[in-house]
Structures are given as structure tokens and as C-alpha cells.
Ligand binder design. Sequence first.
Ligand code: GUN
Ligand code: FE
Length: 443
Amino acid sequence: MPCLKGYPVSDTPDTRQPTLLLGQTLSFTANPFEVPFEDAVSHETVGAVLIRDGQIAAVGQAETLRALNPTAKVIDYGKGLIMAGFVDAHVHYPQTAMIASWGKRLIDWLNSYTFPEEMRFASKTYAADIAGRYLDLTKAHGTTTVASYCTIHPVSVDALFEEAQKRGQRVVAGKTCMDRNAPEGLMDTAQTAYDQSKQLLQAWHGVDRISYAITPRFSPTSTPEQLDAMGALWAEHPDCLMQTHLSEQTDEIDWVLGMFPDARDYLDTYEKFGLLGERGLYGHAIHLTDRERARLKETGAGLVHCPTSNTFIGSGLFDMQGLMAEGHNVGLATDTGGGSSFSMLRTMAAAYEVGQLRHNPLHASQLLWLATQGSARSLHLDDKIGNLAAGMEADLVVLDLASTDAISQRSSRAEDLWESIFPTIMMGDDRAIRAVWINGKAA
Ligand code: GUN
Ligand code: FE
């Protein structure tokens, strides 16, 4: 019987009987980058969440929901903070085992550590082992949905989706395509990238909670022919997401511009080949020109901020304030294993620190919004996940806001909700994750 830190849970929950979770509840009613934070959230100190058939049926005051649902099974988390599970909008699950590799910048880091590890995913057994390990680690950190790159091997995609399916988990992923500047054994071609991606997309997209993302790694590792093939596949399947990397390091940008002499800028190397669109997800997006910013804004594309990666690999400081003021669609991500953590709490802390270096102290409500609603919106899944609200899928995290002595001695002095949450954002880790619910079940 699984045990959530003291809460025994049946192995076979009766889906017909609703479950009522009691605790503090936090929901977003608006975007705290657009309205004052006090107008953007709804918080109940003694709140409740009603879960029925894998969905959130109601959120409200404990007393009211208890009275309305006398037959519900009640689980009381006390002062635990119940909120939407974290959504990690850009990860590389195959990099799980080489996270925290020392001393290199992007291109050297890829060649020295990443590519040798990704070669191992030719083995389905190895891929399944890492996929399971990855989903267990991220769940332990409160993450309920990820958008992941796989490797060029189709079995690496099957392995992740099969492990997600076992867990009833919503996952976005795709086969990473590369046909140049990578080791032999880690390259496909324009044609095989197209064929294999299409086959995987047809097999998996929309099955259970799985979505397929067309995934050219980045311009330096795809020939124009391969980018063109990926653009053609996306045009045939416009309901899919397309994920790639954009303007992460300045020497990477110089390399790209040398490789594509006709391109106006880095973004243009995607735009030329039909790889710029509203359902496009552009990881990092740090060193953008005015034209790139304008085009990204115009298309409503998703930009994914990866702060622990951007500091760990030494890439630069994402312009959150400027991009949000312009109305960009921004998500938050660990970028494991360029990122140095599996934790969205740690990632929010890094986003705060990067903000401070740019003289923009993000508010706790903005950090939590980015890690849930913002990321879900960038994945075009905000009608399903990323908020604690009736009608959403029941992917939840329960935070212990006093999980360590260091945090508890600080949060005990808090004078308001945000002061009680901020120490957990800045200092919390998997010990702060009291429970996780995925698809309406204790995970
Ligand atoms: N750019 C291309 N591939 C990668 C990767 O795996 N990680 C990061 N951080 N940047 C990339
Ligand atoms: Fe990445």
C-alpha cells in the first residue's frame, strides 16, 4: 500500500466515491503579471478540493464542501498548501543520469557529456529504466506534467510514453532530430526524422494523456533539409506542439548565423522552414534581437525560461520583465540535465535570483503562476492542467510550508500568505512535497 507521509491510500481507489482533500488551497483567477497579485489568486486558509473521476469537481471552503459531500472520503492535510501540480515546460529526460556535469559551456557540454549519454538510449531497456527513474524523481519534487525531449531513437519515445501511461500522467514529448554536428550513431536524416516522427506521432498523439511534440533539437544539429522536413510534418499536424532551442548562448548564435548565411537572425532559421508558430516552444530565448521579439510576440509562440540551466551552463539572464511587459507567452522549466535540478521549487528560486540580477524581484505569486499556469499555457494545456479549479484534471501537489527547521523558523514569523510560502520557494526541496495527486489518484 503506497503511503503519503502518514496517509495510507488504497491501491485501487473507488473512482465513483469522491475524495475531499482538506488544507489551505491556492488557485489563480488571473495572471499576476497582468493584475496586482492580490487580485490574481483565491486562497482558503481552511479549504477543500473535491476530486471525482480524475477531475477537480469543486474548490472552496472546507466546511461548505464537507456539508455538500457527506459521503466523500476525506483526507486532511492540515496546514498543507494544496495547489496545481508543477508543469515543467522543457526537459531532457535522457539527461537524468548526467545532470550536474562539471565545467563546460553549451557546445562542449553537449559533446562531452550529453551526446555520449544519449547514445545509450538505443537500448529500450536502458531508456525505460531512465524514463521510470525520471518520472519518479520529478513526481517526488511535485511535478505532474513535463514536456520532454527524447533522443533520436524511437524507442526512447516509446519508453517515456509507456512509463507515463503506467502512471496515468500527462506528458508531452518527441523524438529529438539531428542530422549534422553530432556523433555517428546519434544522427538520422531528413527523411528518417520525418518518417519516424510521423510514425510516433500517429501512434501516440492523443492516446490517454500523451501529446506528441515535433522536436528538431536546434538549428546547428539539423540541415536545412531536415528543418524543412520538420516544418512539413508540423504543417500536416498543426495541432501538435513543436519544441526546439533558441538563442541560448552568444557563441551558439554566431555559429548558427555562420551556418545559415541567408538568415536574418537565429529565429529566422526556424521561420524559413515553417518552424515558427503559435504552438512552437522555444527553450531559453535569452539573447533575442528586436525583430525576433516582435515576431515571437506576433505569433504568440511559447518562450521557456530555464533559469538553473542558464546559470549552470553560463548562458545568460532571461528578460522576464521586458518579455512579460510585451505580452509574451512564457513558461518555466528545469531543462534537466543542463539545468541543475529536478525541482520546480529550486527553479522558481533561480528565476527569482535571475530576476534580482536584472533588478526585477518576481513576486511569489508570479513564480507559482509561472510554474503552473504559465507553463501549462505555453503548452496549450491550460484548459486541462495548471490550476486548482473545477473542471481541471486533478493533478495536484500538497506543499508542507514548514518542511525543514530552516524553513519553519522563517515561515513561523510570516505575517501573510506570501511570506509563509516564499521560504519554501527559496529553500524548499522534495521534503516540502507532502503529497502528489496525478489524474485524481494519490501518486
Ligand atoms: N541546445 C541544444 N541541445 C541542448 C540541450 O540538450 N540542452 C541545452 N541546455 N541546450 C541545448
Ligand atoms: Fe534544453
